[in-house]
Design a binder for this molecule. Structure first.
Ligand SMILES: [Zn+2]
Length: 1008
């Protein structure tokens, strides 16, 4: 046979470009329009429809322009259904809108919400999904009357993904209209032509995905050729059915026995903020969810997974009618809450209790409003996954975990797609990385074949999940994607596609693969390493808020138990939810537009002020009126004689250090340390007097500020590339050194910025503390502070949530080398047998810890990443004032580092009152750390305490309640009773505990 392949493909190409789309609508007629531009921020329907609308015409060039950046324009759309358009089986009446769509794709540009005349949301309008169904637009079947709320969202990366843009803030984006409303028409969709389009789309997709010399490809080509013969391109309205007939056999040919199995879950990744502010996300959710509900009317098989409680809460508060429709579909098991988190949070940066609350708030919301106990944690897009997560997933009552982001690794490929993920405490969670490598699949042949090709468990199991639907900026599934799903349910050459929920997938996958391989420890993302540092004020706000909330809950609990004060349940929940929202995976990591980060900083200021009020009022109730000086300690360890979780009367001991100037610098000296500071503020010697040991390697200095060129290859806010290390900028050394009280104060300019450092010894004299105030005016630069330590360490220990991880600091393998920037929470520790040093901080997360060669041999250098200055998507990221503290604690063990981390983040508080607070509870074993004390969410008055083993050891100890104790039960994170594991015995006020390494325990204490 002669080879006809290329001729058939060319013929098909022209047909698909020219004739198929042109025949999609049998008729088309413009509708009458009036418009109203919202003066500023979006308004509800009721407010919009009574505004003064003015005549408007679509498709008339400049006359049809609308929408300055971030503006909203309402269109009132009216008309009459033309005679003869009455519904037939082979055609559908719809409205079709072109807002002036560009090539940016759904969710990244203009989008709109269609409302019927009564204000009920009909559907979202977005590129590639821009139709509005008849039922919403013609209340009586004859007259057309509906509204379109159009959002002029700009395409922020219009000039590229690393070019500074003014579009990320209303203040700088300008007023010029961004879009032209090209058309808003009533159309008559030709159903057979649409169906033929879907047939062709699916079959043609396999021409490039299957081996070119396979019989299947030849068969598809021949079928498409017959289809082209069967139709009249000039009269598809009459001949499309014949064309479909010609493709029937090719579409009916069943999948092979070994075909990969795909559970396709409808989804819309909706970033809670990113290249748009949260207020726009509220509307994105409404558009997306109404799209989904509309599709569900058409297709009984669609299952949609919705992952953020926060987004449904926005809908509940803003669009209650839509929320009720969602609930109806949720009851049917089709609109499926998943994820169990308040938002799809980052998991590197949030503290332990915050990550627990993400799960608590998320799961409680889904239980309260949907009666659904979610079973899977769903984080497709966060930038790496903490080794604390498996235990937290389990402790929340969930069993499964899903992400795909690790496929973005820039160096190493993960060996598994379906596996048991083991956390620091040994807890294992059944985990899946969809091998399709996207959370926005369109169910094309390309995506499905990629999933099949890449799946690494082949031969042992053969099932994967494919999340489909437009995403990042929302959108969700379309009818075209569903058409593709159905055509590929059992199709030769394709994976077998079933529409289903994540839980259905996980249950099938686990049954099919009961003993999967194990990945132990963190899922480090070899990418986006700058997100530990970018937008430092957002990060400090998060850290500070987490610790303030701990304090507020502790003192409010004490006030409730001791003084009968009302516990501020609602206010604390509200404040926690603000903090949780800002842990979203583009806010806390620092990768959003300036609008978002300005809002986050305002949020944190509001949280601080509200939490301080709770703390203040709670302490007043506990301490009563009086004028004694009282110091309180909300931390889990005694600090300078102030007991943990309690307080003492008197003034706290200041450090007994002496400070003397030696002409060019200064010397700080106490009983344990003698520290020499030079004229630039660098430490030239840190002498550990107790160990009789110089901490710094020969020829090095500590507290050394280093400035680097930081121009990532792409993704400014997200990435640090390792070439920064070879591009250090020499700093001028002009500085002033003064002595203030017991501290050395160094003020220094570096490049365009100034740094003020207050260097002192801690109250116990065991740590050097540096308090930095930085006025930062750099562009694309990275500021680090280096602390070289004369120890031969093989690994660094870094605090994560509820424990710590060890990471090698050599670069033997590509995995070690790729980990050149890492995330740690309050402390890192490096050491050799018998001696170690802790470096703690109260604001930063990015670190690099590596070997250095000195005159005496190999030593270890700890560096904290203090500030960056990325220019995209926020051109002014990090500009301005910053405050951060860190400490160097020589002679530290890991337990010392744990205590130092709390001390730096929970400073003592000085108040006045009648008497010092007696702790609401105490724990006599330092390895067992109290992370949270609060009253139970069920408002029973029970005290809930969350504890964990912090050293990586077995720990036995006694928790002693500071009130009459009737009983103590173990619970999950949601405070639901579970089988006892750690609680061994309850006698009187004493609860005997036994914890495994890093074990997390929640205990509900019932008072009597
Ligand atoms: Zn995302």
């Amino acid at each position: 046979m002669h080879d006809q392949s290329s001729f058939i493909r060319s013929r098909l190409h022209r047909f698909r470009q020219e004739y198929l789309p042109a025949a999609l609508y049998r008729e088309r007629t413009p509708l009458r329009l009036t418009r109203w531009d919202v003066p500023d921020e979006p308004v509800p329907f009721a407010e919009a429809v009574v505004a003064e609308f003015v005549p408007f015409v679509a498709g008339a060039g400049a006359e049809s322009h609308w929408g300055s950046p971030w503006g909203t324009t309402w269109f009132h759309v009216t008309g009459t259904l033309p005679e003869g358009w009455s519904e037939r089986a082979d055609s559908r009446v719809e409205a079709l809108v072109d807002l002036g769509f560009n090539a940016a794709g759904p969710g990244f540009q203009a989008e709109a919400t269609a409302y019927d005349a009564d204000g009920r949301i009909i559907k979202g309008i977005e590129p590639l999904n821009a139709w509005v169904p008849r039922h919403g637009i013609t209340p009586d079947g004859r007259t057309v009357d509906f509204y379109v709320e159009a959002a002029a969202n700009p395409y922020v990366p219009e000039n590229g993904w690393f070019i500074p843009t003014p579009l990320g803030s209303k203040a700088t984006a300008g007023r010029a209209p961004l879009y032209e409303l090209r058309s808003l028409d009533l159309v008559l969709l030709d159903v057979p032509v649409w169906e033929l389009t879907q047939d062709v789309q699916v079959l043609a997709g396999y021409l490039d995905e299957l081996p070119a010399d396979s019989p299947r490809v030849a068969g598809i080509e021949a079928a498409l050729d017959r289809m082209l013969d069967a139709v009249d391109p000039r009269d598809l309205a009459s001949t499309a059915p014949a064309g479909r007939k010609a493709l029937e056999a090719a579409l009916a040919s069943p999948a092979v026995a070994s075909a990969h199995q795909v559970v396709a879950t409808g989804h819309a990744h909706i970033d809670s903020a990113w290249l748009w502010p949260t207020r726009e996300t509220v509307r994105k959710c409404a558009r997306t969810f109404s799209n989904v509900l509309d599709l569900m009317e058409e297709d009984a098989d669609l299952v949609f997974a919705c992952s953020s409680a926060q987004q449904l809460e926005w809908i509940r508060l803003t669009y209650p009618e839509l929320f009720e429709r969602i609930r109806t579909r949720a009851v049917e098991g089709r609109f499926v809450p998943v994820g169990g988190m308040w938002v799809e949070s980052d998991t590197n940066l949030p503290g332990g209790e915050a990550l627990a609350r993400q799960l608590v708030e998320g799961k409680l919301f889904f239980l309260e409003h949907f009666g659904i106990d979610t079973s899977e944690v769903w984080l497709p897009d966060s930038f790496g996954y903490s080794a604390a997560l498996p235990q937290l997933v389990r402790a929340s009552g969930s069993t499964y975990f899903l992400t795909q982001k690790i496929s973005w690794n820039d160096t190493n490929r993960m060996p598994h797609h379906t596996f048991h993920w083991e956390g620091i405490d040994g807890t294992r969670v059944f985990t899946h990385f969809p091998p399709v490598d996207t959370y926005t699949s369109d169910l094309s042949a390309r995506d499905l074949r990629r999933a099949e090709r890449q799946f690494r468990e082949k031969g042992r199991t053969n099932i994967s999940l494919v999340p489909f639907g437009w995403g990042d900026g929302g959108g969700g599934p379309t009818r075209e994607m569903l058409a593709a799903a159905h055509r590929q349910a059992d199709l030769e050459g394709a994976p077998r596609v079933t529409l289903g929920s994540p839980r259905q997938f996980f249950e099938r996958a686990e049954a099919d693969y009961p003993s999967p391989p194990v990945w132990s420890g963190e899922l480090y993302l070899e990418y986006h390493r700058g997100t530990y540092t970018s937008q430092a004020r957002t990060k400090r706000g998060n850290r500070r808020s987490e610790h303030l909330l701990r304090e507020a809950e502790l003192w409010a609990t004490l006030a409730a138990v001791r003084a009968g004060r009302d516990y501020p349940y609602d206010e604390l929940q509200r404040l926690w939810r603000v903090v949780l929202l800002n842990q979203f995976h583009d806010i806390l990591p620092g990768s959003s537009i300036s609008w978002v980060h300005e809002e986050a900083e305002r949020d944190y200021a509001e949280v601080e002020s509200a939490v301080e009020t709770i703390i203040d009022e709670s302490l007043k109730a506990v301490l009563e009126e009086g004028d004694s000086q009282i110091i309180t300690n909300a931390g889990p360890y005694d600090i300078a004689g102030v007991p943990a979780l309690g307080g003492t009367t008197g003034t706290s001991a200041r450090s007994s250090a002496t400070v003397t100037s030696d002409g060019r610098g200064a010397v700080l000296a106490g009983d344990a340390l003698r520290v020499r500071v030079d004229a630039r503020g660098e430490l030239t010697s840190v002498l550990d007097l107790l160990a009789d040991r110089e901490v710094l390697p020969a020829g090095t200095t500590a507290n050394r500020l280093q400035l680097f060129e930081d121009i990532p290859n792409q993704w400014d806010a997200w990435d640090v590339n390792d070439h920064y290390r070879r591009n250090e900028i020499e700093l001028r050394s002009d500085a002033t050194v003064t002595i203030e009280d017991d501290a050395v104060v160094v003020t220094r300019s570096i490049s365009e910025s100034t740094v003020r450092q207050r260097i002192s010894l801690s109250p116990d004299g065991r740590a050097v503390e540096v308090d930095l105030t930085i006025d930062w005016h750099e562009r694309q630069r990275l500021l680090k502070v280096a602390v070289p330590v004369d120890v031969l360490a093989e690994r660094a220990t870094s605090e994560i949530q509820f424990g710590h991880v060890h990471r090698p600091i050599h670069q033997n393998t590509s995995w070690d080398a790729a980990r050149f920037e890492t995330c740690a929470h309050r402390w890192v520790h490096v050491g050799e047998t018998g001696y170690g040093v802790a470096v703690a901080n109260d604001a930063t997360y990015g670190h690099d810890i590596q070997r250095i060669v000195t005159a005496d041999g190999v030593a270890t250098q700890v560096r904290l990443s203090l500030l960056r200055a990325p220019q995209f998507p926020d051109p002014d990221a990090d500009t301005g004032r910053h405050r951060m503290r860190y400490s160097i604690r020589p002679g530290s063990s890991v337990p010392d580092a744990v205590a130092e981390g709390y001390r730096m983040n929970l400073p003592l508080r000085r108040v006045t009152g009648a008497r010092a607070p007696e702790p609401v509870l105490t724990v006599d074993e330092p390895a067992i750390v109290v992370e949270a004390v609060k009253l139970a969410a069920d408002r029973s008055g029970d005290v809930v305490v969350r504890l964990y083993e912090a050293y990586g050891s077995r720990a036995t100890g006694t928790l002693r309640a500071g009130f009459g104790l009737a009983d103590a039960v173990e619970t999950d994170l949601l405070e639901r009773e579970v089988e006892r594991r750690a609680v061994r015995e309850v006698t009187g006020e004493n609860v005997r505990l036994q914890l495994r390494p890093f074990e997390l325990v929640t205990i509900r204490l019932r008072g009597c």
